[in-house]
Ligand binder design. Structure first.
Ligand SMILES: C[S@@+](CC[C@H](N)C(=O)[O-])C[C@H]1O[C@@H](n2cnc3c(N)ncnc32)[C@H](O)[C@@H]1O
Length: 243
């Protein structure tokens, strides 16, 4: 993933904003009080940790493989530079593990879920709050469909699994987690400029500047005329670690 820190940090914050309602619902659904020990795996710049702290959760930890992202998070006691496939925590030492736009980026998502299950206590929870399924995306008008397909291919070339969202229930089952609930999130109103920046970042190096400019013109015109739809279903799963 290319890093323009201030842009991505703002993007992650806005995503955490639109998944906030689900986060609060999922934590309540698991019956987790504010003093539970929570681990955010693939925490990036800490947008989710920040939101959890603002919600009143007091025992927070974050792990990410990327040290520069972690250095943005205040409070060195809550962040650990670690591979989500091999977390440096004792078994059962958290009440719940969460992740947010993480499983699509990890090389082996099933192993990552098993590792989160290991560090959460039996009876604890595992919340995959947001994982996309670009395979079911909707692009309108029809001439922008190819742009969407190009972005999906670009993500695959970056090593991501952009179709992972729809696989969450199956991955949970394979990891031996009991599913409490899984589903697809509502996404609120898109910010056309931010969506374009994400598209352009994903397509950088894949399309010439002239091609990108042409797509941009079509995209801007479609938003302006009110005909643009850019919808990527984002899935969630709430699960329990069996006793
Ligand atoms: C799209 S970002 C999401 C960041 C954060 N969860 C959020 O939503 O704000 C994905 C994050 O996963 C991290 N990541 C990818 N593979 C990882 C791994 N094997 N172990 C830990 N973190 C990983 C990346 O470094 C990146 O920070």
């Amino acid at each position: 993933m290319k890093k323009d820190r201030s842009f991505w940090s703002a993007r992650y914050r806005s995503q955490v904003g639109w998944t906030g309602e689900l986060r609060r619902y999922a934590l309540a659904r698991c019956g987790l009080p504010k003093d539970v020990r929570l681990l955010d795996v693939g925490c990036g710049y800490g947008a989710l940790l920040e939101a959890l702290s603002a919600d009143g959760y007091t025992h927070l930890a974050g792990a990410d493989i990327d040290l520069p992202s972690l250095s943005e998070i205040p409070g060195s006691n809550i962040r650990t530079c670690a591979d989500g496939l091999n977390l440096p925590f004792a078994s059962g030492c958290f009440d719940a593990c969460l992740c947010h736009f993480f499983l699509l980026w990890v090389a082996d998502p099933l192993a990552a879920l098993r590792e989160m299950k290991r560090v959460a206590r039996p009876g604890g929870c595992l919340l995959a709050l947001a994982e996309p399924d670009y395979g079911a995306r909707v692009d309108e008008p029809p001439e922008l469909k190819l742009l969407g397909e190009l972005q999906t291919q670009a993500l695959q070339r970056q090593g991501a699994n952009p179709l992972i969202g729809a696989r969450l229930p199956d991955l949970y089952r394979q990891a031996g987690l009991s599913i409490i609930e899984s589903g697809i999130l509502g996404q609120g109103v898109p910010d056309p400029a931010q969506e374009w920046q994400v598209l352009a970042a994903d397509l950088q190096g894949r399309l010439s500047q002239a091609e990108l400019d042409r797509w941009r013109e079509l995209d801007v015109a479609a938003w302006k005329s009110g005909s643009r739809i850019l919808h990527v279903p984002v899935h969630y799963a709430i699960g329990k670690i069996p006793l």
